[in-house]
Design a protein around this ligand. Structure first.
Ligand code: SF4
Length: 290
């Protein structure tokens, strides 16, 4: 059966990820004799992490003892204490926090300074959320991370004691998550200051993918299962059409039945998915090697 395959325009690296990967490679070229450490995975893609390791750029969870060099802060950002610690240890800092993530940190700080009870919409364990909270915590201890209504209900009594509630959102969240939390929040808060900080790249990617899901039998989402933005994308699309989430072309073999049955297939990808993986998925579906 011949297939129509449609590739999303907003698939793959966003500008924040592109900037991080290109800058870190350039940094190594310009500083061949210096150690370069990235604190946490620069992006959630094992192929890219391996490529960086081969260039001598090391991914670490903690800075090693008895070594010096450059320490890179990835696009998710980091807490002020992490920056202080790096400098205290004698490392140079190169801050590659995405400008859109910086804006969320600044907005959360601003809301905290204005005396709002600050709500960050996102998952508590997400590194971007941890850093947003840590920045705002320098100015307030009235702060909560909320990912769903159940979590909001747990702090409902506390919220009711505050005059103003300020809300920011982790940049790759689903708009539906924000909407449901706000719908509940308006019933319990006196005054709400919302700053919708979902980034433009995420909004365009999600909106385009929703349209593709409406006009295709199947959507293939390509990207790491560890990547929050890719996982959110797949979750949104599952409510609209048949959707599969794969990390690379090899996983297509697990879905050969549904791929064979589908006449129109759309392919999209998360912000940390390299172009060559997207191309390989496209070619494999086009070649009917599923
Ligand atoms: S997804 Fe958005 S916020 Fe995150 S790195 Fe990309 S552009 Fe920046």
């Amino acid at each position: 059966m011949s297939k129509q395959i449609e590739l999303a325009k907003f698939a793959g690296f966003c500008y924040g990820v592109k900037r991080a990967v290109e800058t870190v490679k350039k940094l190594k070229l310009e500083n061949p004799n210096k150690n370069i450490f990235v604190l946490g995975e620069l992006i959630h893609n094992s192929q890219v992490i391996k490529e960086l390791e081969e260039l001598g750029i090391r991914t670490v969870d903690e800075l090693p003892e008895n070594e010096t060099g450059i320490c890179v802060i990835r696009s998710h950002g980091a807490s002020p204490d992490v920056f202080d610690e790096i400098q205290k240890r004698g490392f140079e800092v190169v801050d590659l926090t995405c400008p859109d993530v910086k804006k969320v940190q600044q907005q959360a700080v601003q809301l905290a300074k204005e005396g709002d009870y600050v709500i960050i919409v996102g998952k508590a364990e997400h590194p971007e959320v941890i850093a947003i909270k840590a920045n705002a915590e320098k100015f307030t201890d009235k702060i909560a991370i909320i990912n769903d209504i159940n979590q909001l209900q747990l702090i409902e009594d506390e919220i009711k004691t505050h005059k103003k509630v300020g809300v920011v959102v982790q940049t790759t969240q689903r708009i539906e998550t924000l909407q449901s939390i706000l719908t509940y929040l308006v019933t319990i808060a006196k005054e709400i200051h919302l700053v919708n900080t979902i980034c433009k790249s995420t909004t365009m990617r999600q909106n385009e993918a929703k349209e593709l899901a409406k006009s295709n039998d199947l959507v293939v989402v390509v990207g790491s299962k560890k990547s929050a933005n890719t996982t959110h994308l797949a979750e949104i699309l599952k409510n609209i059409s048949a959707t599969i989430h794969i990390e690379n072309e090899n996983e297509l073999n697990d879905f050969s039945d549904i791929i064979k049955k589908s006449k129109n297939i759309a392919i999209t990808a998360g912000a940390s998915t390299p172009q060559n993986i997207i191309d390989n998925v496209y070619k494999k579906i086009e070649g009917g090697q599923e």
